[in-house]
Design a protein around this ligand. Sequence first.
Ligand code: S3P
Length: 438
Amino acid sequence: MSKSVTFIASPGGSLSGDIRVPGDKSISHRSIMFGSLADGTTRVHGFLDGEDCLATLNAFRAMGVEIEGPDNGEVVIHGVGIDGLKQPANTLDMGNSGTSMRLMTGLLSGQSFDTTLVGDGSLMSRPMRRVTDPVQSMGATLSTAKAGTAPIDISGGVALKAIEYELPVASAQVKSCVLLAGLYAQGKTCVTEPAPTRDHTERMLRGFGYAVDNPSAGVVCLQGGGRLTATEIDVPADISSAAFFMVGASIAEGSDITLQHVGMNPTRTGVIDILRLMGADISVTKEQEVGGEPVADIRVRSAQLKGIRIPEELVPLAIDEFPAIFVAAACASGETTLTGAEELRVKESDRIAVMADGLKILGVDAEPTADGIVIQGGSGFGSGAVESHDDHRIAMSFAMASLRASGDVRINNCANVDTSFPDFVGLANKAGLSIEIN
Ligand code: S3P
Protein backbone atom coordinates (compact mmCIF):
# COMPACT_ATOMS: atom_id res chain seq x y z
CA MET A 1 0.00 0.00 0.00
CA SER A 2 1.34 3.41 -0.83
CA LYS A 3 -0.55 5.37 1.84
CA SER A 4 0.46 4.75 5.43
CA VAL A 5 -2.50 5.10 7.75
CA THR A 6 -2.28 4.51 11.51
CA PHE A 7 -5.26 4.32 13.86
CA ILE A 8 -4.73 5.46 17.42
CA ALA A 9 -7.67 4.28 19.49
CA SER A 10 -8.09 5.74 22.99
CA PRO A 11 -9.13 3.33 25.72
CA GLY A 12 -12.64 2.91 27.10
CA GLY A 13 -16.05 4.05 26.01
CA SER A 14 -19.26 2.28 25.08
CA LEU A 15 -21.31 1.97 21.89
CA SER A 16 -24.79 3.37 21.46
CA GLY A 17 -27.26 4.72 18.91
CA ASP A 18 -28.76 3.46 15.67
CA ILE A 19 -26.28 3.06 12.84
CA ARG A 20 -26.26 1.64 9.34
CA VAL A 21 -22.96 0.16 8.22
CA PRO A 22 -22.09 0.20 4.48
CA GLY A 23 -23.48 -2.19 1.89
CA ASP A 24 -22.67 -5.86 1.63
CA LYS A 25 -19.42 -6.47 -0.22
CA SER A 26 -20.31 -9.88 -1.66
CA ILE A 27 -23.66 -8.68 -2.98
CA SER A 28 -22.17 -5.43 -4.35
CA HIS A 29 -19.55 -7.33 -6.39
CA ARG A 30 -22.15 -9.64 -7.86
CA SER A 31 -24.52 -6.78 -8.69
CA ILE A 32 -21.87 -5.30 -11.00
CA MET A 33 -21.03 -8.64 -12.61
CA PHE A 34 -24.59 -9.74 -13.31
CA GLY A 35 -25.83 -6.23 -14.11
CA SER A 36 -23.07 -5.96 -16.73
CA LEU A 37 -23.92 -9.33 -18.32
CA ALA A 38 -27.68 -8.74 -18.28
CA ASP A 39 -29.90 -7.48 -21.06
CA GLY A 40 -31.20 -4.07 -20.01
CA THR A 41 -30.48 -1.52 -17.29
CA THR A 42 -29.90 -2.63 -13.70
CA ARG A 43 -30.27 -0.17 -10.81
CA VAL A 44 -28.43 -0.87 -7.59
CA HIS A 45 -29.20 0.84 -4.26
CA GLY A 46 -26.95 0.67 -1.20
CA PHE A 47 -23.87 -0.32 -3.25
CA LEU A 48 -20.65 -0.55 -1.23
CA ASP A 49 -18.41 2.24 -2.46
CA GLY A 50 -15.29 0.47 -1.15
CA GLU A 51 -12.08 -0.18 -3.06
CA ASP A 52 -12.76 -3.90 -3.55
CA CYS A 53 -16.10 -3.37 -5.27
CA LEU A 54 -14.69 -0.45 -7.24
CA ALA A 55 -12.04 -2.83 -8.59
CA THR A 56 -14.85 -5.00 -9.95
CA LEU A 57 -16.73 -1.98 -11.27
CA ASN A 58 -13.64 -0.58 -13.02
CA ALA A 59 -12.90 -3.95 -14.61
CA PHE A 60 -16.32 -3.98 -16.27
CA ARG A 61 -15.92 -0.37 -17.37
CA ALA A 62 -12.62 -1.42 -18.92
CA MET A 63 -14.54 -4.13 -20.78
CA GLY A 64 -16.89 -1.59 -22.30
CA VAL A 65 -19.79 -1.53 -19.86
CA GLU A 66 -21.30 1.88 -19.22
CA ILE A 67 -21.80 2.25 -15.47
CA GLU A 68 -23.09 5.40 -13.74
CA GLY A 69 -22.08 6.11 -10.14
CA PRO A 70 -21.58 5.08 -7.45
CA ASP A 71 -23.37 8.15 -6.18
CA ASN A 72 -24.51 7.79 -2.59
CA GLY A 73 -24.85 4.04 -3.08
CA GLU A 74 -26.76 4.37 -6.37
CA VAL A 75 -25.30 2.61 -9.40
CA VAL A 76 -26.86 2.28 -12.83
CA ILE A 77 -25.45 -0.47 -15.04
CA HIS A 78 -26.21 -0.52 -18.75
CA GLY A 79 -25.94 -4.25 -19.35
CA VAL A 80 -24.25 -5.44 -22.53
CA GLY A 81 -25.70 -8.96 -22.55
CA ILE A 82 -24.00 -12.27 -21.81
CA ASP A 83 -21.66 -12.02 -24.83
CA GLY A 84 -21.30 -8.23 -24.96
CA LEU A 85 -18.06 -7.62 -23.07
CA LYS A 86 -15.11 -6.21 -25.03
CA GLN A 87 -11.40 -6.86 -24.65
CA PRO A 88 -9.86 -4.46 -22.10
CA ALA A 89 -6.87 -2.40 -23.23
CA ASN A 90 -4.80 -3.40 -20.17
CA THR A 91 -4.45 -6.01 -17.46
CA LEU A 92 -7.36 -5.94 -15.01
CA ASP A 93 -6.22 -4.84 -11.55
CA MET A 94 -8.27 -6.45 -8.78
CA GLY A 95 -6.43 -4.57 -6.02
CA ASN A 96 -6.84 -6.35 -2.68
CA SER A 97 -9.99 -8.19 -3.71
CA GLY A 98 -9.95 -11.98 -3.70
CA THR A 99 -13.64 -12.10 -4.58
CA SER A 100 -13.08 -10.04 -7.74
CA MET A 101 -10.15 -12.14 -8.89
CA ARG A 102 -11.67 -15.53 -8.18
CA LEU A 103 -15.13 -14.84 -9.59
CA MET A 104 -13.71 -13.06 -12.63
CA THR A 105 -11.50 -16.05 -13.40
CA GLY A 106 -14.62 -18.09 -14.07
CA LEU A 107 -16.46 -15.37 -15.92
CA LEU A 108 -13.51 -14.41 -18.14
CA SER A 109 -12.80 -18.02 -19.07
CA GLY A 110 -15.94 -17.89 -21.15
CA GLN A 111 -15.13 -14.74 -23.15
CA SER A 112 -13.97 -14.47 -26.74
CA PHE A 113 -10.88 -12.39 -25.80
CA ASP A 114 -7.73 -12.78 -23.67
CA THR A 115 -7.34 -11.13 -20.27
CA THR A 116 -4.79 -10.93 -17.46
CA LEU A 117 -5.73 -10.48 -13.80
CA VAL A 118 -3.35 -8.84 -11.33
CA GLY A 119 -3.66 -7.38 -7.83
CA ASP A 120 -1.77 -5.92 -4.91
CA GLY A 121 1.00 -7.69 -2.96
CA SER A 122 -1.45 -9.55 -0.72
CA LEU A 123 -3.70 -10.72 -3.54
CA MET A 124 -0.73 -11.73 -5.71
CA SER A 125 0.35 -14.14 -2.98
CA ARG A 126 -3.03 -15.80 -2.37
CA PRO A 127 -3.82 -19.29 -3.74
CA MET A 128 -5.52 -19.28 -7.14
CA ARG A 129 -5.21 -22.92 -8.23
CA ARG A 130 -8.44 -23.56 -6.37
CA VAL A 131 -10.15 -21.62 -9.18
CA THR A 132 -7.87 -22.28 -12.13
CA ASP A 133 -7.98 -26.08 -11.65
CA PRO A 134 -11.76 -26.48 -12.03
CA VAL A 135 -12.10 -24.05 -14.95
CA GLN A 136 -9.19 -25.77 -16.68
CA SER A 137 -11.08 -29.04 -16.39
CA MET A 138 -13.97 -27.26 -18.13
CA GLY A 139 -11.61 -26.67 -21.06
CA ALA A 140 -10.39 -23.16 -20.23
CA THR A 141 -6.86 -22.18 -21.14
CA LEU A 142 -5.23 -20.20 -18.39
CA SER A 143 -1.99 -19.94 -16.48
CA THR A 144 -0.74 -18.63 -13.16
CA ALA A 145 2.68 -17.93 -11.72
CA LYS A 146 4.59 -21.06 -10.63
CA ALA A 147 3.32 -20.86 -7.08
CA GLY A 148 -0.28 -20.98 -8.32
CA THR A 149 -0.69 -17.27 -7.70
CA ALA A 150 -1.64 -14.31 -9.91
CA PRO A 151 -1.04 -12.98 -12.51
CA ILE A 152 -3.69 -15.16 -14.09
CA ASP A 153 -3.56 -15.18 -17.89
CA ILE A 154 -6.83 -16.28 -19.42
CA SER A 155 -7.17 -17.13 -23.11
CA GLY A 156 -10.43 -16.36 -24.79
CA GLY A 157 -12.28 -18.03 -27.60
CA VAL A 158 -12.30 -21.45 -25.96
CA ALA A 159 -15.40 -23.65 -25.85
CA LEU A 160 -16.18 -24.61 -22.25
CA LYS A 161 -17.89 -27.81 -21.26
CA ALA A 162 -19.95 -28.29 -18.12
CA ILE A 163 -18.56 -30.19 -15.15
CA GLU A 164 -19.72 -31.73 -11.94
CA TYR A 165 -17.34 -30.36 -9.37
CA GLU A 166 -16.83 -31.28 -5.75
CA LEU A 167 -15.33 -28.38 -3.86
CA PRO A 168 -12.20 -29.47 -1.96
CA VAL A 169 -12.67 -26.47 0.39
CA ALA A 170 -15.88 -24.84 1.58
CA SER A 171 -15.49 -21.69 -0.50
CA ALA A 172 -18.22 -19.52 -1.99
CA GLN A 173 -15.62 -17.87 -4.19
CA VAL A 174 -14.67 -21.16 -5.81
CA LYS A 175 -18.31 -22.28 -6.11
CA SER A 176 -19.18 -18.94 -7.74
CA CYS A 177 -16.21 -19.10 -10.10
CA VAL A 178 -17.31 -22.49 -11.41
CA LEU A 179 -20.95 -21.38 -11.74
CA LEU A 180 -19.88 -18.24 -13.65
CA ALA A 181 -17.81 -20.33 -16.05
CA GLY A 182 -20.85 -22.64 -16.22
CA LEU A 183 -22.92 -19.78 -17.68
CA TYR A 184 -20.72 -20.10 -20.77
CA ALA A 185 -20.35 -23.89 -20.80
CA GLN A 186 -22.18 -26.37 -22.90
CA GLY A 187 -24.33 -28.52 -20.62
CA LYS A 188 -25.26 -28.48 -16.96
CA THR A 189 -22.62 -27.48 -14.44
CA CYS A 190 -23.07 -28.71 -10.86
CA VAL A 191 -21.06 -27.84 -7.77
CA THR A 192 -21.17 -29.83 -4.55
CA GLU A 193 -20.00 -28.12 -1.39
CA PRO A 194 -18.66 -29.90 1.71
CA ALA A 195 -20.48 -27.41 3.98
CA PRO A 196 -22.90 -24.56 3.27
CA THR A 197 -21.18 -21.39 2.05
CA ARG A 198 -22.69 -18.02 1.18
CA ASP A 199 -25.23 -18.37 -1.61
CA HIS A 200 -25.46 -14.81 -2.96
CA THR A 201 -24.47 -15.94 -6.46
CA GLU A 202 -27.32 -18.42 -6.65
CA ARG A 203 -29.86 -15.99 -5.21
CA MET A 204 -28.83 -13.14 -7.46
CA LEU A 205 -28.73 -15.26 -10.62
CA ARG A 206 -32.34 -16.21 -9.88
CA GLY A 207 -33.11 -12.51 -9.34
CA PHE A 208 -31.79 -11.91 -12.88
CA GLY A 209 -34.13 -14.61 -14.15
CA TYR A 210 -31.49 -17.33 -14.56
CA ALA A 211 -32.58 -20.81 -13.47
CA VAL A 212 -30.42 -22.32 -10.73
CA ASP A 213 -31.45 -25.54 -9.05
CA ASN A 214 -30.55 -27.54 -5.99
CA PRO A 215 -31.14 -31.19 -6.93
CA SER A 216 -30.05 -32.26 -3.43
CA ALA A 217 -28.66 -30.70 -0.27
CA GLY A 218 -25.28 -29.09 -0.91
CA VAL A 219 -25.52 -29.31 -4.70
CA VAL A 220 -26.17 -26.37 -7.01
CA CYS A 221 -26.57 -26.61 -10.78
CA LEU A 222 -27.13 -24.39 -13.78
CA GLN A 223 -27.41 -24.92 -17.50
CA GLY A 224 -25.05 -22.94 -19.72
CA GLY A 225 -26.17 -20.75 -22.58
CA GLY A 226 -28.96 -18.77 -20.91
CA ARG A 227 -29.42 -15.02 -20.61
CA LEU A 228 -29.83 -12.62 -17.68
CA THR A 229 -32.55 -9.97 -17.50
CA ALA A 230 -31.79 -6.64 -15.81
CA THR A 231 -33.36 -6.03 -12.42
CA GLU A 232 -33.29 -3.73 -9.40
CA ILE A 233 -31.02 -4.61 -6.48
CA ASP A 234 -31.20 -3.41 -2.89
CA VAL A 235 -27.94 -4.13 -1.14
CA PRO A 236 -28.40 -4.65 2.61
CA ALA A 237 -25.82 -3.50 5.17
CA ASP A 238 -22.91 -5.93 5.40
CA ILE A 239 -23.15 -8.30 8.38
CA SER A 240 -19.36 -8.64 8.19
CA SER A 241 -19.02 -4.88 8.86
CA ALA A 242 -21.80 -4.95 11.47
CA ALA A 243 -19.87 -7.72 13.27
CA PHE A 244 -17.25 -5.27 14.58
CA PHE A 245 -20.00 -3.30 16.32
CA MET A 246 -21.65 -6.48 17.61
CA VAL A 247 -18.38 -7.41 19.27
CA GLY A 248 -17.66 -3.85 20.44
CA ALA A 249 -21.09 -3.47 22.04
CA SER A 250 -20.86 -6.91 23.64
CA ILE A 251 -17.52 -6.22 25.33
CA ALA A 252 -17.95 -2.54 26.30
CA GLU A 253 -19.99 -2.11 29.47
CA GLY A 254 -23.06 0.08 29.14
CA SER A 255 -23.41 -0.41 25.38
CA ASP A 256 -26.74 -0.57 23.57
CA ILE A 257 -26.51 -0.24 19.80
CA THR A 258 -28.84 -1.03 16.93
CA LEU A 259 -27.43 -1.98 13.53
CA GLN A 260 -29.99 -1.23 10.87
CA HIS A 261 -31.03 -3.16 7.79
CA VAL A 262 -28.33 -5.83 8.06
CA GLY A 263 -28.20 -8.73 5.61
CA MET A 264 -29.27 -11.87 7.49
CA ASN A 265 -28.68 -14.50 4.84
CA PRO A 266 -28.44 -17.74 6.87
CA THR A 267 -25.13 -18.56 5.16
CA ARG A 268 -23.67 -15.43 6.79
CA THR A 269 -25.08 -15.33 10.32
CA GLY A 270 -22.56 -17.59 12.05
CA VAL A 271 -21.18 -14.60 13.94
CA ILE A 272 -24.53 -14.09 15.68
CA ASP A 273 -24.72 -17.79 16.59
CA ILE A 274 -21.16 -17.79 17.95
CA LEU A 275 -21.59 -14.60 19.97
CA ARG A 276 -24.87 -15.91 21.40
CA LEU A 277 -23.15 -19.16 22.41
CA MET A 278 -20.68 -16.93 24.25
CA GLY A 279 -23.55 -15.27 26.08
CA ALA A 280 -24.01 -12.12 23.98
CA ASP A 281 -27.25 -10.15 24.29
CA ILE A 282 -28.40 -9.87 20.67
CA SER A 283 -31.98 -9.34 19.52
CA VAL A 284 -33.16 -9.34 15.95
CA THR A 285 -36.15 -7.23 14.87
CA LYS A 286 -37.81 -5.91 11.72
CA GLU A 287 -37.11 -9.13 9.85
CA GLN A 288 -38.08 -8.82 6.20
CA GLU A 289 -37.02 -10.04 2.77
CA VAL A 290 -35.58 -7.46 0.38
CA GLY A 291 -34.77 -8.49 -3.19
CA GLY A 292 -34.36 -12.16 -2.33
CA GLU A 293 -32.14 -11.56 0.73
CA PRO A 294 -33.32 -11.58 4.36
CA VAL A 295 -32.66 -8.32 6.24
CA ALA A 296 -33.19 -7.22 9.87
CA ASP A 297 -32.18 -4.75 12.58
CA ILE A 298 -29.79 -6.15 15.18
CA ARG A 299 -29.73 -4.74 18.72
CA VAL A 300 -26.70 -5.58 20.84
CA ARG A 301 -26.29 -4.80 24.53
CA SER A 302 -23.19 -5.47 26.57
CA ALA A 303 -22.95 -8.81 28.33
CA GLN A 304 -20.46 -10.89 30.28
CA LEU A 305 -19.17 -13.30 27.65
CA LYS A 306 -17.87 -16.78 28.35
CA GLY A 307 -15.29 -18.79 26.43
CA ILE A 308 -16.53 -21.61 24.22
CA ARG A 309 -15.36 -24.28 21.83
CA ILE A 310 -16.57 -22.86 18.50
CA PRO A 311 -18.61 -25.48 16.61
CA GLU A 312 -16.76 -26.32 13.37
CA GLU A 313 -19.95 -26.28 11.32
CA LEU A 314 -20.22 -22.54 12.02
CA VAL A 315 -16.77 -21.78 10.56
CA PRO A 316 -17.79 -21.19 6.90
CA LEU A 317 -20.81 -19.20 8.10
CA ALA A 318 -18.60 -16.75 10.01
CA ILE A 319 -15.42 -17.01 7.93
CA ASP A 320 -14.75 -13.26 7.72
CA GLU A 321 -15.73 -12.49 11.31
CA PHE A 322 -13.06 -14.44 13.22
CA PRO A 323 -10.69 -11.53 13.83
CA ALA A 324 -13.56 -9.73 15.60
CA ILE A 325 -14.68 -12.93 17.37
CA PHE A 326 -11.11 -13.36 18.73
CA VAL A 327 -11.42 -9.90 20.30
CA ALA A 328 -14.66 -11.02 21.96
CA ALA A 329 -12.94 -14.21 23.13
CA ALA A 330 -10.17 -12.18 24.76
CA CYS A 331 -12.82 -10.45 26.91
CA ALA A 332 -14.73 -13.63 27.76
CA SER A 333 -14.26 -15.60 30.94
CA GLY A 334 -12.39 -18.84 30.28
CA GLU A 335 -10.93 -20.43 27.20
CA THR A 336 -12.14 -20.15 23.61
CA THR A 337 -10.98 -22.75 21.10
CA LEU A 338 -11.32 -22.56 17.34
CA THR A 339 -10.53 -25.55 15.10
CA GLY A 340 -11.23 -26.39 11.45
CA ALA A 341 -10.43 -22.86 10.28
CA GLU A 342 -7.19 -23.27 8.27
CA GLU A 343 -8.78 -21.08 5.57
CA LEU A 344 -8.08 -18.10 7.82
CA ARG A 345 -4.40 -18.51 6.99
CA VAL A 346 -4.99 -17.57 3.33
CA LYS A 347 -7.26 -14.56 3.68
CA GLU A 348 -6.05 -10.97 3.12
CA SER A 349 -3.43 -11.88 5.73
CA ASP A 350 -2.73 -15.01 7.76
CA ARG A 351 -5.48 -14.09 10.18
CA ILE A 352 -4.54 -16.75 12.73
CA ALA A 353 -0.90 -15.64 13.00
CA VAL A 354 -1.59 -11.92 12.72
CA MET A 355 -4.35 -11.92 15.34
CA ALA A 356 -2.33 -14.10 17.73
CA ASP A 357 0.64 -11.71 17.41
CA GLY A 358 -1.51 -8.63 18.04
CA LEU A 359 -3.41 -10.19 20.93
CA LYS A 360 -0.12 -11.14 22.59
CA ILE A 361 1.17 -7.59 22.21
CA LEU A 362 -1.98 -6.44 24.00
CA GLY A 363 -1.33 -8.87 26.86
CA VAL A 364 -3.70 -11.69 25.87
CA ASP A 365 -2.67 -15.35 26.03
CA ALA A 366 -3.42 -16.50 22.46
CA GLU A 367 -1.88 -19.65 21.02
CA PRO A 368 -2.16 -20.21 17.27
CA THR A 369 -2.66 -23.79 16.04
CA ALA A 370 -2.46 -25.16 12.49
CA ASP A 371 -6.19 -24.73 11.93
CA GLY A 372 -7.30 -22.29 14.62
CA ILE A 373 -6.41 -20.65 17.91
CA VAL A 374 -6.79 -21.04 21.66
CA ILE A 375 -7.48 -17.82 23.54
CA GLN A 376 -7.49 -17.45 27.32
CA GLY A 377 -10.04 -14.77 28.01
CA GLY A 378 -9.76 -12.34 30.85
CA SER A 379 -10.40 -8.76 31.74
CA GLY A 380 -9.47 -7.27 28.38
CA PHE A 381 -6.41 -5.68 26.85
CA GLY A 382 -3.35 -3.72 27.84
CA SER A 383 -2.03 -1.17 25.40
CA GLY A 384 0.52 -1.17 22.59
CA ALA A 385 1.16 -1.03 18.86
CA VAL A 386 -0.18 -3.84 16.70
CA GLU A 387 0.25 -4.62 13.00
CA SER A 388 -2.78 -5.01 10.74
CA HIS A 389 -0.60 -6.35 7.90
CA ASP A 390 -2.71 -4.30 5.47
CA ASP A 391 -5.73 -6.42 6.40
CA HIS A 392 -8.92 -4.38 6.81
CA ARG A 393 -10.63 -6.78 9.19
CA ILE A 394 -7.58 -7.05 11.48
CA ALA A 395 -7.44 -3.25 11.72
CA MET A 396 -11.14 -2.86 12.61
CA SER A 397 -11.04 -5.74 15.10
CA PHE A 398 -8.18 -4.20 17.07
CA ALA A 399 -9.96 -0.85 16.98
CA MET A 400 -12.82 -2.54 18.90
CA ALA A 401 -10.30 -3.95 21.40
CA SER A 402 -9.61 -0.37 22.55
CA LEU A 403 -13.04 -0.36 24.24
CA ARG A 404 -11.57 -2.72 26.84
CA ALA A 405 -7.94 -1.57 26.81
CA SER A 406 -5.97 0.01 29.63
CA GLY A 407 -4.19 2.47 27.32
CA ASP A 408 -3.99 3.55 23.67
CA VAL A 409 -4.12 0.86 20.99
CA ARG A 410 -2.06 1.89 17.99
CA ILE A 411 -2.83 -0.02 14.79
CA ASN A 412 -0.38 0.25 11.90
CA ASN A 413 -1.14 0.03 8.16
CA CYS A 414 -4.89 0.60 8.18
CA ALA A 415 -5.31 2.07 4.67
CA ASN A 416 -7.06 -1.09 3.47
CA VAL A 417 -10.01 -0.48 5.78
CA ASP A 418 -11.27 1.45 2.74
CA THR A 419 -11.55 -1.81 0.79
CA SER A 420 -14.69 -2.82 2.70
CA PHE A 421 -15.67 -0.04 5.10
CA PRO A 422 -15.18 3.51 3.86
CA ASP A 423 -15.37 5.99 6.77
CA PHE A 424 -15.18 3.27 9.40
CA VAL A 425 -13.52 5.75 11.76
CA GLY A 426 -16.27 8.35 11.30
CA LEU A 427 -19.04 5.85 12.06
CA ALA A 428 -17.12 4.16 14.88
CA ASN A 429 -16.45 7.50 16.59
CA LYS A 430 -20.11 8.47 16.19
CA ALA A 431 -21.05 5.20 17.93
CA GLY A 432 -18.69 5.82 20.86
CA LEU A 433 -15.15 4.83 19.96
CA SER A 434 -12.38 7.38 20.02
CA ILE A 435 -10.04 6.77 17.09
CA GLU A 436 -7.61 9.26 15.60
CA ILE A 437 -6.14 8.74 12.15
CA ASN A 438 -2.46 9.45 11.81
C1 S3P B 1 -16.72 -14.26 -0.42
C2 S3P B 1 -16.46 -15.51 0.06
C3 S3P B 1 -15.59 -15.79 1.21
C4 S3P B 1 -15.22 -14.54 1.98
C5 S3P B 1 -14.94 -13.37 1.11
C6 S3P B 1 -16.10 -13.06 0.20
C7 S3P B 1 -17.64 -14.09 -1.56
O1 S3P B 1 -14.42 -16.41 0.70
O2 S3P B 1 -14.11 -14.79 2.82
O3 S3P B 1 -14.67 -12.22 1.92
O4 S3P B 1 -18.10 -12.95 -1.80
O5 S3P B 1 -17.91 -15.09 -2.23
P1 S3P B 1 -14.36 -18.00 0.57
O6 S3P B 1 -15.69 -18.44 0.16
O7 S3P B 1 -13.33 -18.32 -0.44
O8 S3P B 1 -14.01 -18.49 1.96
